[in-house]
Write a protein of this length. Sequence first.
Length: 283
Amino acid sequence: MRISVFKTLTAAAVLAFSTPSAAQVPRPRGEIALNLGVGFTMAQGAAIQRQAWTAGLLAGTAIENALALSKRPALFLGAWYTNFFSGALGIQAGFGYLKSPLEARADFSRGLAGVPTLRLASSPDPSEVTAVPLFAALAAGWRGERTGIVLIAGPAVILHSLLAETRAGTLLPGGAGPAAYGVTASLPDQTWVAFGGILGAALDLTIGPRTALTFDARYVFSPAKKFAWSFSPETAVGLDDPAAQAAFDAAAADMAAAGTSRMTINPSFLQLSMGIKLRLDSF
């Protein structure tokens, strides 16, 4: 009798653990997600350009340009594949793409009583920062009958580019004495590779046997980097008199660059997106 009861309890336990309940649907081995959303770059910065003349036709004059970059949200694209190799644990690998417009500007001050600071408009040429993260992260996932959650964290390699340009002010000698002119301050097109990390979470809503809507949030960390504004020789246009022109030569451009502090940019970004997830039994 005891042996019969023991066999019955053992069989029931085996059946209970071998048959998944509605809340314990076996997790597919692979998932492919295609996402579209909004990225919020952290790329903004400020620099100061100061010049003071102690000799020549500009002796006793000084200027200051407060150079700044402001961030704007932009379209984010991403795709990644997750392979769960051991229950709820796995690896997620993928990439993203974010090109964020930036507003570059300069607040020009001549240091003269009664002369207000002049905010100079951005150059017509676009200012932008681009981030393309490539990552392979650890993933942890839990899936119910209708919903699922995936958490990821891991290293990333980020491909970056930066381009910025704005008008700035300077003083050049004129027939009636020193006059204010507009010149171009720029961060020339630069590309670099950074080593950072990624941290994120996704909520999945099942809409079919192998498909789900996925809502994703992740932060891509990339180390801050310093940049130097540059000035190039050009024909400067008057700020007080737009019809006036003067030569902004190589010596003046070098002097302007030497008086400009470096700008620190944080190219990290936050991404909020949604998309379609395809669930695979194996890959």
